[in-house]
Design a protein around this ligand. Structure first.
Ligand code: NAP
Length: 312
């Protein structure tokens, strides 16, 4: 973009609910604000067909539409939205220096990181083909659409256990397919799983192929010991094998936990003074759009206070 400024009071990296909410608050707070959202701004919600747990919408809203609305709102309030990515950051410089994919250098008085996390996928071609057509990485988002249907959860950790339990509210039967013969989920969750008559835990199996036509109609799984195949006729397949925070460019520059999430304090400050993080990139627990939006608001308010402080 020629003619655009390259210095901003606040630069936000990431374009999910945390990023756009941070932009809305930063711009309304009087800061010159830029948001780098990559070529397809919107984050994980772009993959969500319908959202009906985000307040303010009587009827379900398509994820991509909600994100477009947030983008327009942030832009109307004065945020400069760049459709490129930040590939490199220099957080020991003041102002902070951010290098975009084009090689162009931007500087900022404060930085808010809202790069999110993505559901970890199995990586099978048939899984990728049916994302949004029966394959989901978010039971809270999509479980409701499987009322009375048989569904399957892949994974054996806390997320998979919580997803399986949550899905029993809607589904007639929930298979939990785990690759080992012992769950990783906490004991309490395991007790709840075993006590729920709708749940069948299928130990020692891995997914082989997801099948379907326009939408998923089942999954073939393989016994890891015998190699025998088993077919589950499920229309919903929830992948819950963990999340991957998008923090590769911050490694060695900010404190990250052992899973790669950015470590923040209760004011969303990172280990670098003036750099804040919000949303799924630092949230190891909730991973919900509304929580991310709230965190984006907090991060922007703290960034504005930080800029006031350093001006003094
Ligand atoms: P996780 O603990 O890393 O568990 C991932 C599960 O997926 C494991 O059972 C793993 O199998 C399985 N898995 C990984 N890759 C796989 C693959 N390629 N194919 C098949 N299975 C695969 O991830 P998480 O459950 O998302 O939890 C992440 C963190 O958040 C944990 O610290 C967890 O305690 C926390 N969490 C807490 C709560 C809560 O407190 N209520 C809720 C959700 C998450 P193996 O067991 O064989 O490795």
């Amino acid at each position: 973009m020629t003619g655009q400024p390259t210095h901003f009071d606040i630069i936000i990296i990431g374009s999910g609910p945390a990023g756009f909410t941070a932009a809305i608050y930063a711009a309304r707070g009087g800061a010159s604000t830029a948001l780098f959202g990559g070529v397809a701004p919107g984050g994980q919600l772009l993959q969500t067909m319908e959202i009906e747990n985000y307040p303010g919408f009587v009827n379900p809203v398509v994820g991509a539409d909600l994100m477009q609305t947030m983008l327009k709102q942030a832009a109307r309030l004065g945020t400069t939205v760049f459709t490129e990515e930040i590939n490199e950051v220099a957080l020991s410089d003041r102002p902070f220096r951010l290098i975009a994919g084009s090689g162009k250098v931007y500087t900022a008085g404060s930085v808010i990181i809202a790069t999110g996390a993505r559901a970890r996928w199995l990586g099978m071609p048939s899984e990728q083909k049916y994302i949004g057509k029966g394959v989901s990485g978010c039971a809270t988002c999509d479980g409701f659409f499987f009322r009375g249907k048989e569904v399957c959860v892949i994974g054996g950790g806390d997320s998979a256990a919580e997803d399986a339990l949550f899905l029993t509210k809607f589904a007639s039967r929930v298979y939990m397919v785990h690759r080992r013969d012992k769950l990783r989920a906490t004991f309490r969750l395991q007790e709840k799983l075993r006590a729920n008559p709708k749940i069948e835990i299928v130990y020692g199996h891995t997914p082989e192929e997801i099948t379907g036509e326009a939408k998923v109609n089942g999954i073939n799984i393989k016994n890891v010991k015998t190699g025998a195949s088993r077919r589950l006729e499920t229309t919903g397949i929830f992948i819950a094998i963990g999340h991957v925070p998008a923090t590769s460019i911050f490694k060695g520059k900010l404190n990250l936990d052992e899973s790669g999430y950015i470590v923040t304090d209760d004011k969303l400050a990172t280990s670098v003074f003036g750099v804040f993080a919000a949303g799924d990139v630092m949230d190891t627990r909730y991973k919900q759009a509304i929580v991310a939006a709230g965190a984006g608001c907090k991060a922007a308010m703290e960034a504005l206070l930080y800029l006031e402080e350093v001006k003094k």
